[in-house]
Design a protein around this ligand. Structure first.
Ligand code: 5CA
Ligand code: ZN
Length: 409
């Protein structure tokens, strides 16, 4: 599948390099050094394209864009893979409800997502991979799971036996009760008769009347959700990946299951770090397509909002925190952006070198964008307050903000 065009990433000014990156992973209590050996490899779960990009999606993809940029600032090449869940229950249900062709719906919403990512200056993945085009990969992975004794049939469907992974549960660190409490709400079917364990998850779904299906060695059907991501990540990155990413609603079951499935066939951990972005809410509820309480990036863009103001508003919140989107987030960011532009296009400003160091350190310290933003804002205030002691400093700082924060001013 086509990704989207990349924004320019300027080289950091001479002599400037970011520190090594540390992030929080769900599977361990400590901050983790994510220093890749050779090329850094990141897999981030992509959209299910049945409705347009909302601020929650945008915040999650901006978070992993910061991670991608922090690695690059530290001098590491990065290989980044993202999927598109272009066949799954929510997409088919939406298409059935509106009478639209499911493929047309997926293509339209994927294109809108690409346009939103371009506007927000999010670097594209090196491989942008759909579930449909990955069916052969999924089929061969399910066959490997079957050969490992980790798959069984219930009617026409195939299930993953979670008990075959001795490390099942270590990605989330959740106990069985916590898992069972959310499994049904997050695509699982704990009560289906014939399953060996309530937590076993679908690998392959046999054809249902009126739903799309493909002829494969597993019979006619379509892929389960979790194995889609493990199969794509294994084929396009190899394992273990340095970072598996997504929003915190994917910690369980999605990231637990996809890691387990890969671990059973590979005999090694799926990822070194499992990094999760917090949930963005609106009016006290998680922003979600199924709830319909959405602020869409494309709506804001259509109203003429500068995408850099949207990005700056997102950067004002730490990626791991849950936060509420408010209209004030945007108006504050718009006002801030105007003052930043004034200071950063001046011929001289307050001393920039310590600010550059602090911005890169903040980002390397578990992607602390709010700290970086506050530091820049202090510099802007000093510069506009008349401190022009450093010739050329605005241009140097502007380059770093573009490369590391993705803010083209
Ligand atoms: N296709 C699957 C992943 S394989 C999926 O979860 N798609 S999605 O469209 O529902 O979500 C896309 C990404 O946005 C996921 O990483 C998800 O965790 C994240 N996300 C969804 N809602 C929010 C929200 N309210 N705040 C922050 N991130 C969110
Ligand atoms: Zn995924």
């Amino acid at each position: 599948m086509r990704a989207w065009p990349s924004p320019e990433v300027p080289a950091l000014p001479d002599g400037i390099r970011g520190p090594q990156l540390r992030v929080r992973s769900s599977h361990t209590a400590d901050l983790l050094d994510v220093v890749p050996t050779g090329t850094a490899r990141m897999y981030v779960c992509g959209i299910t394209p049945y409705d347009a990009t909302h601020l929650g999606h945008a915040a999650t993809y901006v978070a992993f864009d910061l991670l991608n940029r922090a690695w690059r600032s530290a001098g590491h090449p990065v290989r980044y893979v993202q999927n598109v869940t272009d066949v799954d229950d929510p997409l088919l249900e939406r298409a059935a409800a509106t009478g639209e062709d499911w493929e047309a719906l997926a293509e339209r919403e994927t294109q809108l997502f690409r346009d939103d990512m371009v506007a927000l200056r999010v670097l594209p993945p090196d491989a942008y991979v759909g579930a449909v085009e990955s069916i052969p990969l999924v089929v061969s992975m399910v066959q490997e799971l079957d050969a490992a004794g980790a798959a069984y049939a219930v009617d026409q469907d195939l299930y993953f036996r979670v008990a075959t992974d001795p490390d099942f549960g270590t990605v989330s660190g959740w106990n069985r009760d916590q898992m069972l409490a959310v499994f049904a709400d997050r695509g699982g079917d704990p009560d289906r008769p014939g399953k060996q364990d309530a937590l076993d998850c679908l690998l392959w779904q046999g054809e249902r009347p009126g739903e799309p299906a493909w002829d494969t060695a597993l019979g006619r059907g379509r892929p389960g959700w979790h194995v889609e991501c493990s199969a794509i990540a294994r084929a396009h990155l190899g394992g273990p990946v340095d970072v598996q990413g997504g929003g915190s609603d994917l910690v369980f079951p999605h990231h637990e299951m996809s890691a387990s499935e890969a671990q059973v066939v590979d005999g090694s951990p799926f990822a070194r770090a499992y990094v999760h972005a917090g949930m963005v809410g609106l009016d006290g509820e998680k922003m979600s397509k199924s709830r319909g309480n959405l602020v869409l990036v494309s709506t804001l863009r259509g109203e003429g909002v500068d995408p850099m103001a949207i990005r700056l508003a997102i950067l004002g919140h730490h990626y791991r925190s849950d936060w509420e989107w408010t209209a004030a987030d945007l108006t504050d960011a718009e006002a801030r952006l105007a003052t930043w532009r004034k200071a950063l296009t001046a011929p001289a400003g307050a001393s920039a070198e310590p600010v550059i160091t602090d911005v890169l350190s903040a980002l390397a310290d578990d992607l602390d964008a709010p700290r970086a933003v506050a530091r820049v804002h202090d510099w802007v205030t000093a510069t506009l307050g008349g401190d022009t002691s450093d010739d050329g400093s605005p241009a140097r700082l502007a380059t770093v903000l573009d490369a590391a924060l993705g803010l083209a001013l």
